[in-house]
Design a protein around this ligand. Sequence first.
Ligand code: CA
Length: 222
Amino acid sequence: MAKLLIVEDEPTLRNVLTTNMRNEGYEVHSVGDGSEALELARSELPDLCLLDVMLPGLDGLSLCRILRKESDAAIILLTARGAEMDRVIGLETGADDYVMKPFSMPELTARVRAALRRSSRRQSDKIRFGDIEVDLAARMVHRSGEQLKLSYKEYELLATLLRNKGVVLTRDFLLAQVWGYDYDGDPRTLDVHVRWLREKIEQDASSPLIVQTVRGVGYRVV
Ligand code: CA
């Protein structure tokens, strides 16, 4: 069951939204103040946030930018026509979608469903390990939000280890996966690449916490 956070300061609309989304089968948390919404988002980790733009505390656009940096939650802005609408369209907020007030419930639920579908697809393409995030679709690796530059083989090695998290992968398996089944070069090339990879992803490459050596067998990520 997807978890929704509804942030709307107008009590009647907030209640209508909450009731409707619960009827749609979502777990719903709702709040009327932007600052409280941020706390709630941090503790509840919703899959999707419906954010009214004009809010007391912290406005919806600022909230949207903070949430976008901190989470993978889908975000739909609820906006009134006019100047507010222009700001939503004109600014880079990171929102997935916006809905103009007044809106119909069937329209909003359709947008919610679509945004949840897109974000679950996005998340399944990512593997996280501590502060390391591997985006399999984009072949990119980030540590604490900063992009790491890995070579082709280093990336393949890391992705193979992370896909098999907790499993000890033998040297032969890794050589076959990353270098190909017909690889007949120096098997120490694997160790050299593990060393390079550690230098890029580990805080301290001399006492690695991510890629661990299993003596006489191979490597694993725990
Ligand atoms: Ca409002």
